[in-house]
Design a protein around this ligand. Structure first.
Ligand SMILES: [Zn+2]
Length: 98
């Protein structure tokens, strides 16, 4: 098994653990995200779209929609989603589709 594959799996696990932890232990979720990002960076792996949409780039908190993040469709055409981190108030934009 190649190393990159193993690291990708570990990142996935970290994100799913963060998703589970965020409601009860937000600090822990944050640490998982931090670890996942560090792993990705060190091994030159890019996070999936799904993963990137689930953390705040500003405070590195795991974003759970409806729990600590608000999602809105930004424009009438519905081409963007606007995700607002309730921890630090930072907004991020995500393209829909593609
Ligand atoms: Zn934030």
């Amino acid at each position: 098994m190649n190393e990159k594959k193993i690291v990708e799996e570990r990142i996935e696990i970290l994100f799913s653990e963060a998703a589970k932890a965020v409601a009860k232990r937000p600090e822990l979720a944050k640490r998982y995200v931090h670890l996942a990002c560090r792993l990705a960076m060190r091994h030159n792996i890019s996070l999936s779209r799904e993963q990137r949409s689930h953390f705040c780039r500003s405070c590195r908190n795991y974003l759970k929609f409806g729990a600590n993040a608000t999602v809105r469709i930004a424009r009438k055409g519905g081409t963007h989603r606007l995700i607002i981190c309730r921890t630090c108030g930072k907004e991020k934009r995500l393209m829909i589709g593609k």
